[in-house]
Design a protein around this ligand. Structure first.
Ligand code: G1P
Length: 288
């Protein structure tokens, strides 16, 4: 029987981050912090909480510092040791021990589907989770774990869904289908960024637990919206040929790839820090 355990995560991280220039001119957008922690560290922590051991970063030129972030930093640790900052030293060490990081290169920006396909040989013949770094999910049960659990129950690929206002449907992959339970649908329609007649207002959010058969499908999809190989188009084929579930996850999602979404994430995560919550609330309520 094929395994239902999710041990590998694919994180596309090859984008140029043009929505965040000039910050991303020299710094990968994945390293921009929410409070004091790079966005990608939240994503990797979420993967680990879902049982992932191998994180496959799909990188491009200039993204090497992401890998450095998850490596041991001997000199820094020695300095923290000398200066008595032992807790901080341990925190730095823990980051390097979170997961086994593997990188593959996407040599040309041919789309999200193409980025996922670049991880084919490293993923091999097992289910895996794709996690988009722009979507930060704050939830009591980590988003990827909610999907992995749904996949474990049903044995079908499962993607994250969230209701959005009708006027925003053109910004997302949009799914529709028949109810399996309160939170789960069996998908029968899936369209990337519909310009008109969206099949619903259920948007795809960047967490996808997928069977390895998606790779063979990605090899045959033709360029779609924006001339790119779209993951959504491959998922529509998967839904038809094998079945695909959509899961309305519990939790708050922030679009950290958008300036306003990024600011909101910073405020909400800062409010969870005991040392920042009080002063930040006082500051915000004092703004005229
Ligand atoms: C990607 C996907 C889209 C999905 C979105 C979620 O789009 O192509 O289907 O709804 O992520 O954040 P992007 O926002 O990268 O253009």
């Amino acid at each position: 029987m094929p395994t239902k355990t999710i041990r590998k995560a694919v994180i596309p991280a090859a984008g140029l981050g043009t929505r965040f220039l000039p910050a991303t001119k020299a710094v990968p957008k994945e390293l921009l912090p929410i409070v004091d922690t790079p966005t990608i560290q939240y994503i990797v922590a979420e993967a680990v909480a879902a049982g992932v051991r191998d994180v496959i970063l799909v990188c491009a030129r200039g993204k090497e510092s992401i890998v450095d972030h998850f490596d041991l930093a001997g000199e820094l640790e020695a300095h923290l040791e000398r200066t008595g900052k032992l807790e901080l030293k341990q925190q730095m060490r823990d980051i390097a021990r979170m997961a086994h990081i593997v990188t593959v290169r996407q040599q040309e920006p041919l789309g999200l589907g193409h980025a996922v396909l670049c991880a084919k040989d490293v993923v091999g013949d097992e289910p895996f989770v794709v996690m988009l770094g722009d979507d930060v999910i704050d939830a009591p049960i980590p988003g990827a774990k909610q999907l992995a659990d749904c996949f474990g129950r049903h044995g079908l690929g499962t993607i994250a869904l969230m209701e959005v206002p009708r006027e925003d449907t053109h910004l997302y992959g949009i799914a529709a289908g028949s109810a399996v339970d309160d939170r789960t649908i069996r998908i029968d329609a899936l369209v990337e960024k519909p310009r008109k007649d969206p099949p619903s207002n259920l948007a795809v959010i960047g967490r996808y637990v997928l069977p390895p058969s998606i790779f063979e499908i990605l090899e045959r999809v033709r360029p779609g919206v924006g001339g790119e190989i779209q993951l959504t188009d491959a998922l529509a084929i998967l839904a038809r040929e094998e079945g695909l579930l959509g899961y309305r996850f519990q939790g708050e999602r922030y679009d950290a790839g958008d300036r306003f979404g990024y600011l909101k994430a910073n405020i909400m995560y800062a409010l969870k820090r005991p040392e920042l919550a009080g002063p930040l609330r006082a500051f915000l309520s004092g703004i005229k």
